[in-house]
Ligand binder design. Structure first.
Ligand code: ADP
Ligand code: ADP
Ligand code: ZN
Length: 213
């Protein structure tokens, strides 16, 4: 099963993608996580990506597409995957589509997690992330057992540089301009499903599993 998560930054794509990955036994592929791992390890790719990420801008398509295609070509993706944060532009979606076409494959579902802009800024300022294992928390809605410490790997939790309110506004603008058109793109392909992302994360997940079966 090949699934794409769509939605504004902070809509809960990552939170839901992790649960989907676990339930259906497919890898969770997050381009944001891949970039952050590269930044942490000081790779050339990481340094290039950081320039854009810190401003709330998208990393250029050429760079992003290559990383994603390499990742989904790995053996663990053979039975499917859940993409979180990719595609984010029409050209990215087109490249993915072509690559899948060549293999005689296609995206089965594009799940649009719908959250209005008003809720987003609050979500992002409360988000705390584990840079080691990728786990995500929310100080009010989904707190870790011990404040500031990851439940899974006991590492320190941080407010991502790009989750500060100034940057969030930019990311929302970029979302509306460059990523939202994907809703029409996947609607036209007949695979778009929209769920209400404002309810409790368990209820969002229930709506998603209803769709995926
Ligand atoms: P969020 O989950 O909050 O939407 P991500 O972790 O997906 O954030 O992405 C963080 C940043 O990484 C983005 O703001 C962007 O700069 C970069 N990024 C991630 N995925 C892509 C992509 N598919 N295309 C371009 N840039 C990306
Ligand atoms: P995205 O990957 O779309 O950027 P995340 O999954 O990282 O979004 O979620 C953004 C923030 O909102 C995180 O702090 C997360 O813990 C929190 N969150 C996710 N889903 C919900 C929900 N249904 N209700 C409240 N907060 C949520
Ligand atoms: Zn962790």
């Amino acid at each position: 099963m090949k699934i794409i998560m769509l939605g504004a930054p902070g809509a809960g794509k990552g939170t839901q993608a992790k649960m989907i990955a676990e339930k259906y036994g497919i890898p969770h592929v997050s381009t944001g996580d891949i970039f952050r791992a590269n930044i942490k390890n000081g790779t050339e790719l990481g340094m290039e990506a950081k320039k854009y990420m810190d401003q709330g801008l998208l990393v250029p398509d050429e760079l992003t597409v290559k990383i994603l295609l390499d990742r989904v070509a790995q053996a663990d993706c053979a039975k499917g995957y859940v993409l979180d944060g990719f595609p984010r532009t029409i050209p990215q979606a087109e490249v993915l589509d072509e690559a899948l076409n060549k293999l005689g494959e296609k995206i089965d579902y594009a799940i649009n997690v719908d959250v209005p802009d008003e809720n987003i800024v609050r979500r992002m300022s409360g988000r705390r992330a584990c840079l080691k294992c990728g786990a995500t928390y929310h100080i009010e809605h989904i707190p870790p057992k011990k404040e500031g410490v990851c439940d899974t790997c006991s590492s320190e939790l941080v407010l991502r540089d790009d989750d500060r309110p100034e940057t969030v506004q930019n990311r929302l603008k970029v979302y509306h301009e460059q990523t939202q058109p994907l809703i029409d793109f996947y609607t036209a392909k007949g695979v778009l499903k929209t769920v209400d992302g404002t309810v409790d994360m368990k209820d969002v997940f229930a709506a998603i599993t209803n769709i995926l079966g």
